[in-house]
Design a protein around this ligand. Structure first.
Ligand code: HAM
Length: 389
């Protein structure tokens, strides 16, 4: 039995997954992002340092001690391992993307797994509003390449001074409230996170926007306005996001009532891991959630099944199969003895190429269109040309 919260990929679902990888890679490349692959295990303190108050570290980290008594974790997200990779290899400034599995001890349910996959982008070493815009536009372009037209819920966590003012207001406002044990911890560690609480409601509290400096507010409005002018659908909201490292804009992308991906600016993460600050911004999209929301439009149908009428024609059919594959045509053939009816009943082929004694004698095959069952005889020499049209 597979582990709870894990998922097998095969057949159409695997095909769709590969397509998602191919299409998103093309979009990342068009924005000049290059791919990174980090290990799936890291020192636990990488995540403990930068995500100390998050559920990801406090409740969901898969950690273990290895045989040398090191505290190791399976990667729960990609921003921190990418930062470690960038610092150790001196890559900044850089534009990177990853497609990787991640692990979180989450409560399994639809769209929530313990091993899941993300495709993510990190734009490292840039602070201009153009970098935030690029990240929003890149995210949006990936979604549009899958014909998904959702909406960004966006907020701005502002400069340290703005956040300090808001933090002080939140602490004063909730200090006498009876809150859940998680919020007690959040109040101490990162009070902003109480706003994500699923148990306590803080709807009566003011939003951070009221505490932003004029400069922050101007920047926030400018990003929203420029994004909207470029066709991005967004709505201001009071989201804080569950990860500690965010500083400027934060956003979640909603489609059909599901959050498909999220991200934001994180200007302090690099100084927490390394020696100097590197202003950065990025996002990650959940591949399982994306797969649940896309349809395989042009389901592959151009492939061919070569069918031998009887056993004496099998070798010829096998040779034809080899020839077609060499020409790049997706071809399959029955590896076990099967009658024609059963061979013709296989799904997923646009054409059947039938070879019987008569065809062999005339150096021909019977080409059957599986969609409308029409068939005609064609010469073997012409078959590649015909199938490639
Ligand atoms: P996140 O919001 O934790 O952000 O995850 C991003 C997306 O990953 C979610 O919106 C969701 O689609 C998917 N996801 C998260 N957890 C699960 C799960 N248990 N099962 C299935 N899908 C899941 C981050 O991970 C940040 N590192 C994003 C980021 C990159 N921010 C800046 N750069």
């Amino acid at each position: 039995m597979k582990l709870r919260g894990t998922k097998d990929f095969y057949g159409d679902c695997e095909e769709l997954f590969s397509k998602v990888e191919d299409i998103s890679k093309r979009v990342f490349n068009s924005f000049k992002y290059s791919r990174v692959r980090f290990p799936l295990i890291e020192n636990s303190n990488l995540f403990e340092r930068v995500l100390s108050s998050s559920d990801v570290v406090n409740k969901e980290l898969y950690s273990f001690r290895d045989r040398s008594d090191r505290e190791i974790s399976l990667v729960p997200e990609g921003t921190a391992p990418t930062a470690r990779l960038v610092l150790e290899n001196g890559l900044a400034p850089c534009k990177l993307f990853y497609i990787s599995p991640f692990f979180r001890y989450d409560r399994p349910q639809k769209g929530r797994y313990r091993q899941f996959h993300q495709l993510g982008a990190e734009l490292i070493g840039y602070s201009s509003i153009y970098s935030d815009l690029e990240i929003l536009i890149l995210f949006d372009q990936i979604m549009k390449s899958f014909s998904i037209e959702g909406k960004f819920k966006i907020n701005f966590l502002g400069s340290q001074e703005s956040r300090d003012r808001y933090t002080e207001y939140l602490r004063n406002s909730v200090s006498n409230r009876d809150v859940c044990s998680d919020c007690k911890r959040r109040i101490k560690q990162n009070v902003l996170r109480i706003l994500d609480c699923k148990v306590d409601s803080f709807d009566d509290l003011k939003s951070i926007e009221e505490f932003l400096s004029d400069e922050d507010r101007e920047k926030y409005n400018k990003i929203c306005q420029m994004a909207k002018e470029r066709g991005i659908v967004l709505e201001k909201s009071n989201i804080i996001r569950g990860l500690d490292y965010y500083t400027g804009i934060v956003f979640e992308y909603e489609y059909n009532g599901v959050v498909l991906g999220a991200g934001g600016r994180y200007d302090n993460l690099y100084s927490e891991i390394g020696k100097k600050a590197l202003p950065s911004t990025g996002f990650a999209i959940g591949i399982e959630r994306l797969l649940d929301n896309i349809v395989l439009v042009n389901k592959k149908k151009s492939s061919v099944r070569v069918i031998a009428v009887n056993d004496s024609c099998r070798e010829k059919a096998f040779n034809l199969c080899i020839m077609l594959r060499k020409s790049g045509i997706e071809t399959d053939f029955s590896l076990k003895k099967e009658n024609i009816k059963s061979q013709l009943s296989k799904d997923g082929y646009k054409y059947a190429l039938i070879i019987g004694q008569d065809e062999i004698e005339n150096n021909e095959v019977t080409l059957r269109d599986m969609e409308n069952s029409s068939q005609k005889r064609v010469s073997i020499e012409k078959i590649v040309e015909i199938l490639n049209v």
